[in-house]
Design a binder for this molecule. Structure first.
Ligand code: ADP
Ligand code: MG
Length: 670
């Protein structure tokens, strides 16, 4: 064997399979050609010029044109990283890692040096990193320790169209940081450098962003797009995974070469379909090439993940199974066929208790267009929508920003927990009404989440972490003190559905009678609890549910929410099993700590008047306290139809009030 070096210098043994420096440099050289061929390359000089000359720039360009991987490198090459790192935020962890690794390859250094990434529980960036990909959550966290983000010279807010609560907070924060830094510079501070902001997206209401960022310059990067033919199903599909499977095999057997991309909603679904494809592929006639499923999801090692970018062996076809990460964040080459299930998982809020969960929901029209566009990047393509044309017409034009979907009080708690005290002065892109904010702030104060100065209290900090609306969060916290967490979790879960009782109009009498078994004289909260106990004692038997007019679908949902809440309590160090046994009055007192504002007193004329606001309210006919007269009542919901109806009603003693909300009732009585 020939010696490479003098003997002593010879590498002993390769300890692990990290690529060698030579390999890394060679790879970067190979990728150079790819870099020069991207559509964005023709705009390189003008992008550099605009970013140098403007404090904020909005860049809109077709997915795959090279925004995320190239722009940071252009800025680096032009010397913009001289006074700090270039940061690029991503809404998804997988995208942050994947893109950072790709860019490290293109730059020609191992990941974690010149190019790094930082996501929760995994920081592969160093002091020397000049380009850093990170999730928006991490940037918010860094803000807490570095208020002016001084380590960054440029902040690129990527995928700006996603409009999560986090990104919206981030928009306002970086905007204000930029201004603060400029003020310090104007005062002569030599150690502070200006901050440049770049907003990027493939699909964006660019004018709106531009207006928000002081009429920032908008740049449109044209991509290359081939026509994509859209096919809708004739009938609605009952099982889109199954329809996707059938469609994939149909494409494979009938259509020209080119890979398939299927949009699904989550890891479980992806893995299911992967198995199904493997099973069915065995039966393909030998004349037909292999069909190779390639899943992408978060918990996946990087070698497996890299496989999706490599070309399929001659004569075979890849079918990529992805979530909406493949919509705009990651571009996979050689896709000619897209199968769009029309769904995604989005952070949703239960309208009743505000529990946050990932719900499978229909996508927006603009997402559907993005998805179909993935088929036409390199040649004319086909997009199979697994839904009817009529369903497409029913979709929302754009997805609604999270801040408009979640409860305003929750949003305020999140802002405060991020260190923003002046929420009314906060520069929202979509500003909630001032009166709404003031009302929410007062309510949060009454709930003891905020102190006299509007600062987050210890209770408020804990409440901010709960995945339910603030009054319910308060009930859960209070339940720990009152030792009735088990019951509190159960009742909150029961309140998360419209009703666990079913009352078909033809059998109303019968249904009413069946319900009497569960009714508690104290009202709906304990009636619900009795119902749950009975349901559990028969292990959720469906026949029992039918006989007793219990909506078993809603009941199963209740059990799901309960599981989520139990897990949450365990994680935050509470004991979800703590029970008050038979002393159920405690549970009502506990609820009052969150719902003291929703209380009403009996009037001499037999009506109820709300304690706050003095409005006449009527107990809803579906309530177990309908037609009953009690000294004082509390309720969970006020619904306005023909009257101000209240639902979820329980009786209480007015003497409980000062104790439940000292801030509210204590002073009045004094
Ligand atoms: P944009 O942000 O405009 O959507 P990107 O910068 O993400 O575009 O992608 C530019 C190009 O780089 C695309 O053609 C994409 O296929 C390619 N690319 C990105 N990441 C990888 C990777 N990990 N492996 C191979 N190619 C990649
Ligand atoms: Mg991108």
């Amino acid at each position: 064997k020939k010696l490479l070096y003098k003997d002593e210098a010879r590498p002993k043994k390769l300890a692990h399979k990290e690529p060698t420096t030579d390999a890394i440099i060679q790879k970067a050289k190979d990728l150079k050609k790819h870099r020069l061929s991207l559509p964005i390359y023709t705009a390189r000089d003008i992008i550099i010029k605009e970013v140098k000359e403007n404090a904020c720039v909005v860049i809109v360009g077709e997915t795959g044109s090279g925004k995320t991987t190239q722009i940071p490198q252009y800025l680096l090459e032009s010397g913009l990283a001289a006074h700090g790192t270039i940061a690029i935020t991503q809404p998804r962890r997988v995208a942050a890692i994947n893109l950072a690794k790709r860019v490290a390859e293109e730059v020609g250094t191992p990941i974690g040096q010149k190019v790094g990434y930082s996501i929760r529980f995994d920081d592969s960036s160093s002091r020397d990193s000049l380009i850093k990909y990170m999730t928006d959550g991490i940037m918010l966290r860094e803000l807490l320790s570095d208020r002016l983000l001084l380590r960054y010279s440029v902040i690129i807010l990527d995928e700006a169209h996603e409009r999560t609560l986090r990104t919206d907070i981030l928009f306002g924060m970086v905007k204000s940081i930029q201004k603060q830094r400029q003020e310090l510079i104007d005062k002569g501070r030599k150690d502070v450098q200006p901050l440049r902001i770049v907003i990027m997206s493939a699909t964006l209401n660019a004018e709106k962003f531009s207006e928000y960022f002081y009429n920032a310059k908008i740049m449109y990067i044209s991509g290359r797009m081939y026509p994509v033919k859209i096919l809708n199903t004739i009938e609605p599909q009952s099982d889109y995974v199954d329809s996707a499977l059938v469609t994939a095999f149909q494409i494979h057997q009938e259509e020209a070469p080119g890979d398939i991309l299927i949009f699904l909603t989550g890891q479980e679904e992806i893995e299911n379909l992967e198995k199904l494809i493997e099973e069915y592929a065995v039966d393909l006639p030998p004349s037909v090439g292999k069909l190779i499923p390639c899943p992408i999801f978060a918990a996946q090692d990087s070698a497996t993940q890299q496989k999706i970018f490599e070309p399929a062996p001659q004569g075979t076809r890849k079918v990529i199974l992805a979530t909406n990460i493949a919509e705009t964040s990651i571009t996979i080459p050689n896709i000619r066929y897209v199968i769009d299930t029309g769904c995604h998982k989005s952070r949703g809020y239960n309208a009743k208790i505000g529990i946050e969960s990932l719900l499978v929901e229909p996508i927006s029209k603009s997402s559907a267009r993005q998805r179909s566009g993935r088929a036409g990047r390199e040649a004319p393509g086909l997009c199979f929508r697994l839904y009817t044309e009529y369903s497409f017409d029913q979709l929302e034009e754009d997805s609604i920003p999270e801040i408009k979907r979640c409860n305003l009080e929750s949003a305020i708690l999140s802002l405060k927990a991020t260190g923003i005290d002046d929420v009314t002065g906060f520069d929202f892109m979509d500003r909630p009404s001032k009166s709404g904010m003031l009302r929410s702030l007062e309510h949060l104060y009454a709930l003891e989440a905020l102190d006299d100065e509007g600062k987050l209290t210890e209770i408020g900090t804990k409440m901010a972490a709960f995945p339910v609306d603030p009054p319910y969060a308060k009930v859960l916290l209070q339940s720990e003190k009152m030792e009735c967490t088990k019951e509190a979790i159960e009742i909150i879960s029961l309140l998360s559905v419209d009703s666990v009782f079913s009352a078909p109009s033809s059998k109303r009498e019968e249904a009413n009678e069946a319900r009497q078994k569960f009714v508690s004289l104290d009202g709906d909260h304990l009636t619900l609890l009795n119902t749950l106990r009975a349901y559990e004692s028969v292990k959720g038997d469906r026949d029992w549910c039918r006989e007793n007019f219990i909506n078993s679908r809603h009941m199963r949902h209740v059990m799901d929410v309960r599981k989520q809440l139990i897990q949450f309590c365990e994680r935050s160090g509470m004991d979800p099993k703590k029970s008050c046994g038979h002393d159920l009055e405690i549970v009502l007192k506990c609820f009052l700590a969150g719902f003291f504002q929703n209380t009403a007193l009996l009037q001499p004329d037999g009506t109820y008047k709300s304690i706050i606001g003095g409005q006449t309210v009527s107990v809803h006919p579906s309530s177990s306290l309908f037609g009953k007269k009690r000294e004082a009542i509390m309720y969970n919901e006020l619904v306005f139809t023909t009257k101000h109806y209240i639902r979820g009603v329980s009786a209480l003693e007015s003497a409980w009030l000062p104790q439940a909300a000292p801030k509210y009732f204590g002073r009045r009585q004094a």
